[in-house]
Design a protein around this ligand. Structure first.
Ligand code: NDP
Length: 336
């Protein structure tokens, strides 16, 4: 059983030495337990938070612990009445090639219904994040303008496509010409802007001639700075992520900004609400039904960035935090 452990807590950007690969015996399932072989490991930005011991909504991975992560795997031994050898299941084995489960939190997947890797992306946690964040907080209406950054990624790509389904105008922000072309041409956003452009803020303003009604916050930083002056009265801002600062060791000076922000929030009656996807777990059945339908009828398309081999997980993860991925980042774990 090969597995990646947290060797040290990163200072700023994670580095190779913060991860340690270990060979351990394949665990033996006890009574009522399953042995699962990992096929796909999901890599997600929240894992940066788990590597740190700063106070958060979830406990950190301990030093020397197996890094956490959602996985799709195959049951190879079953002592559990509800699961058979060969069943494909979604669970949280983490960054390792084998793991045990007593069935808690496990979901059986139907490999005939959709590619099994999509349970980690468009049909899984990131898809639900986009769906529920828009439904419960963003609430886009017909004709409104919805802006989202990291628009070629797992969450952002779905945000823009659902905004379109709801009759809104979708404006995406992405890094580099290749991602921007994909967001406009393949995902069907109405406009897209490269956040690396020197005149990014002016381009965003030009792409939002009627202002911004919903800003789905994935990144913060200079993207938020450019969005904020464009908010319309009664705009909504689901705060989903702030990836621009996940590696930050200190925050830029904010004192001068806060009073102006608060005044604008007040006078424009802007609603800002943070959320964690599992706050909206009850939306899962509706999401699963709607998303399967939208994929089938072509309203939603998705892109996966599949990295081959568990040994490459740390490098892929370090890239995710600075735009190295192109689509939902997933590691294909070999039979080792
Ligand atoms: P993505 O697949 O979108 O990958 C991350 C992307 O973020 C990168 O590819 C890069 O895209 C972009 N990015 C990184 N740094 C910056 C920056 N400084 N400025 C602008 N863009 C940047 O990841 P996900 O879709 O999985 O996650 C997107 C966001 O959603 C993250 O903030 C994540 O933490 C959050 N999230 C929150 C959840 C919740 O429950 N609240 C659940 C799931 C995700 P590019 O090259 O285009 O800049």
């Amino acid at each position: 059983n090969r597995r990646w452990l947290l060797a040290s807590r990163p200072e700023g950007e994670p580095k190779a030495a913060d991860f340690r690969m270990e060979e351990a015996p394949v665990p033996e399932p006890g009574a009522g337990e399953l042995l699962i072989r990992t096929i796909y490991l999901s890599l997600d930005p929240y894992m940066r938070g788990r590597m740190s011991d700063a106070k958060s909504y979830a406990a950190p991975v301990p030093i020397g612990g197996v890094l956490e992560g959602e996985t799709v795997g195959e049951v190879v031994v079953s002592n559990h009445p509800d699961y058979a050898v060969g069943d494909v299941v979604l669970n949280r084995i983490g960054w390792q090639s084998f793991g045990l489960s007593d069935g808690t939190g496990l979901r059986k997947l139907d490999p005939g219904a959709a590619p099994i890797s999509t349970a980690l992306g468009v049909l899984g946690m990131p898809g639900l994040t986009a769906y529920a964040g828009l439904k419960n907080i963003g609430q886009p209406k017909e004709g409104e303008t919805v802006v989202v950054a990291a628009a070629s990624g797992a969450v952002g790509s779905v945000v823009g496509q659902i905004a379109k389904i709801r009759g809104a105008r979708a404006v995406g922000i992405a890094g580099g010409p290749e991602k921007c072309a994909f967001v406009k041409d393949e995902l069907g956003f109405d406009a897209v802007i490269d956040h690396r452009a020197p005149d990014f803020a002016a381009q965003l303003a030009a792409a939002c001639p009627d202002g911004i009604d919903v800003y789905f916050e994935n990144v913060s930083g200079k993207v938020f700075d450019a969005v904020f002056p464009l908010f319309n009265p009664f705009a909504r801002m689901p705060v989903c992520g702030t990836i621009a600062f996940y590696n930050a060791t200190s925050f830029p000076e904010m004192e001068t900004k806060v009073p102006a922000l608060m005044r604008a929030i007040l006078t424009k009656r802007i609603r800002i609400q943070g959320f964690i996807v599992y706050d909206f777990a009850a939306d899962y059945p509706d999401f699963a039904r709607d998303m399967a339908g939208w994929i089938a009828d072509g309203h939603v398309t998705y892109r996966e960035d599949i990295v081959d081999g568990l040994d490459r997980a740390p490098v892929a993860f370090m890239g995710l935090l600075k735009g190295g991925n192109f689509g939902k980042l997933v590691v294909k774990v070999g039979q080792d």
